[in-house]
Design a protein around this ligand. Sequence first.
Ligand code: ADP
Ligand code: MG
Length: 185
Amino acid sequence: MNILEVQDLCKTYGKGEAAVQALRHATFTVRKGEFIAIIGESGSGKSTLLNVVGALDKATSGKVWIDGQDIFSMPEKKLTVFRRQHIGFIFQLLLDYKRPDQRFVNELLNVLGLTERRHHLPSQLSGGQQQRVAIGRALVTRPALILADEPTGNLDSKNSQEVLALLQTMSAKYQQTILMITHNK
Ligand code: ADP
Ligand code: MG
């Protein structure tokens, strides 16, 4: 089953001589449970791709289906709700204030190695721990798709490897579909 289908996606910023073609006919599919990394240099259009796929920004042309739904054909209000319910962003604050399933929260804290830190404030956590919280926050609503924009961008190599290993665990253990972008092979 395809959780994500991207077809002929184009995004051009600006007009005339100042126009920047950030996406040119991007086409790909992601199946349920797949953990995909898209690698590209700075300025190659990675964030644009994630923002358009996550309906945070408008495409110039092309189509995106998430969980079988054509997201660009949805009216704005429906799309906002769909985004909250079906997409998890690892670079963003939690948007949907659904009541969390406490057992699943405890399980995630355990898997993420954060049980002992559950009552700590963000300022009392290391960078790696904060990023693990962000992963847990994206997972807790069990979204169809998690979009991660350079989730290891500001971490040292040890914490980066931990975060990557966790994303892999989440994909394998919960059949979580993840699309991650990075400039780091
Ligand atoms: P990446 O995330 O791979 O570094 P981006 O998607 O942020 O790349 O940017 C792709 C290209 O689009 C770059 O050339 C960038 O300068 C341009 N760009 C990104 N956002 C905007 C914007 N809001 N207005 C104009 N140009 C933009
Ligand atoms: Mg970027």
